[in-house]
Ligand binder design. Sequence first.
Ligand SMILES: N[C@@H](CCC(=O)N[C@@H](CS)C(=O)NCC(=O)O)C(=O)O
Length: 208
Amino acid sequence: MIDLYTANTPNGQKASIMLEEVSLPYKIFNVNISQGEQHTKAFKAINPNGKIPAIVDHDVQEGLRVFESGAILVYLAEKTCKLLPAQGRNRAEALAWTFWQVGGLGPMIGQWGHFVRAAPEPIPYAIKRYLDESIRLLEVLNDHLADREFITDDYSIADIANFTWASGGLSFIRSANPERVGHLSAIERWAKLVGDRPAVKKGLEILR
Ligand SMILES: N[C@@H](CCC(=O)N[C@@H](CS)C(=O)NCC(=O)O)C(=O)O
């Protein structure tokens, strides 16, 4: 059994979607990040970085913790031999687009959202910088998806990693700046395909 420590956020959703996709039994522990539960000593024993998601795999003796959403996707893929080829071009591409998401798309959209919604005072330079970079990254993904169904030849952890941020981020950016994102139709088509998967629906629903 796997314990999943998470919340209903784009990073948290990746882990529940993955667990549904690979059909592993898991138990959810909701971490209330707006109340600061991620900073408790007990939670930091699971993720020293104090962020969700994190898992503890009790199939492994003494329990094995994994934190960082990208590492969780790779760990679960390797544990089940699903959604990440063992070798070759598609493995390299799936890892590249997964790392691209966790190091770029997620943080840039996240920072834009912070400066738009949570900053104590408006800082136009920061809002513009993170918005421009978020849109540039969405255009990179859109161009890649223009002539392909999924990010690699088959559906993989790269689609899961990018789905929650690209679809949610695109809606969020569109609500404030519709004129900037009307051209990202390949992402819209791909996000519908991924979002219609039963495991993806279940992984999102279970956190609501
Ligand atoms: N690089 C981390 C980022 C995790 C992250 O930023 N999680 C957010 C929720 S989406 C969080 O825990 N926020 C609470 C906090 O920053 O205190 C990952 O990919 O897992």
